[in-house]
Design a protein around this ligand. Structure first.
Ligand SMILES: Cc1cc2nc3c(=O)[nH]c(=O)nc-3n(C[C@H](O)[C@H](O)[C@H](O)COP(=O)(O)OP(=O)(O)OC[C@H]3O[C@@H](n4cnc5c(N)ncnc54)[C@H](O)[C@@H]3O)c2cc1C
Length: 275
């Protein structure tokens, strides 16, 4: 991700579809190389699956829970482009429940979160970019050597020399199919199948429901992940907000899940997770 090479000498107009971490990172690097970049995002703001929802008295991270930085260049990139105020180390007690139900600690590793919420990182990364929010790109139309972008309402969103699609696989496939790029869309069959659904719930407790761990991977058919969101740095909640992620299997079986198996669903309490 951080190795940048280019044989392009001319400045080009580039469209980036999606303003999750991948889209924002692409836009930053392309802009640094001198290209004109416009980012298109169907939601109200950047973040994608690094999502946080407002809850009374604060916010809860319902998408990505934390990240590690196994490549030190990634931390340097965040420090430089998001700033050190946008993220911090989550010094939590992490417990993993083995099949015999005994609890084991997570491997020692620095785990980072956005402060005061996960979206603080993507907000900060988007600061110097041209983000066109609430624009869902429907299809690309070939115009000579360029691509015209059309949004859901059929509106022309401009013509670009290059387009970077960073939407999740199923949504990227839909754009490619609608654009008549069936061969490219076909390359996404496997990635689409690897996306699994995940119900996410934020629950408030006036008193700590448990003091053993701040975050857990229980040995459970229903729950994949349980975490005290209020234990993350920069949160200033009264009581504790806990985030629960259901297992993909339970999510698919649950009555409220109306998506097809192994198809991503977003919105409401449902988010999709790569597992
Ligand atoms: C519940 C859950 C838990 C997770 N936990 C972790 C974790 O603990 N650690 C970790 O490292 N990762 C975790 N992940 C994964 C991590 O969140 C994702 O890998 C990462 O955020 C994906 O970033 P992205 O930019 O590739 O895609 P996304 O964040 O999905 O961004 C794609 C963007 O494209 C936009 N978009 C889609 N279609 C269109 C369109 N047609 N037009 C315009 N815009 C469009 C979307 O709105 C979205 O903003 C988790 C994910 C989920 C959902």
């Amino acid at each position: 991700m951080l190795k940048v090479t280019s044989d392009t000498t001319t400045i080009r107009n580039v469209a980036v579809i999606g303003s999750g971490l991948a889209g924002l990172t692409s836009a930053i690097f392309l802009g640094r190389m001198g290209h004109h970049v416009r980012v298109f995002e169907k939601s109200r703001g950047p973040g994608g699956r690094m999502s946080s929802k407002r809850v009374s008295g604060g916010s809860a991270d319902i998408g990505a829970q934390y990240f590690t930085a196994r490549n030190p260049e990634f931390l340097a990139f965040l420090e430089q482009n998001a700033g050190t105020d946008a993220f911090d180390v989550w010094r939590a007690r992490f417990g993993f429940q083995a099949t015999d139900n005994s609890w084991l600690p997570f491997p020692e590793e620095k785990r980072y979160v956005g402060t005061p919420r996960m979206t603080a990182i993507t907000r900060a990364l988007s600061a110097g970019l041209e983000i066109n929010a609430e624009v869902r790109i429907e299809r690309l139309i070939a115009r000579g050597s360029q691509w015209q972008l059309e949004c859901t309402e059929g509106q022309d969103r401009g013509t670009f020399d290059q387009v970077v699609i960073t939407a999740p696989p199923a949504q990227a496939r839909d754009i490619l199919l609608a654009s008549g790029l069936d061969e490219l869309a076909g390359q996404l069959i496997q990635p689409v199948e690897h996306i699994l659904p995940c119900w996410a719930v934020a629950a408030h407790f006036a008193e700590p429901p448990t003091k053993q761990f701040d975050a857990m991977r229980p040995n459970s058919e229903q729950l994949y992940w349980v975490a005290n969101n209020s234990s993350k740095p920069g949160r200033d909640d009264a009581g504790q907000w806990w985030v629960l992620h259901a297992t993909p299997e339970w999510t698919q079986r649950s009555r409220g899940y109306r998506g097809r198996p192994c198809q991503p669903q977003t919105g409401g309490g449902v988010q999709c997770a790569h597992r």
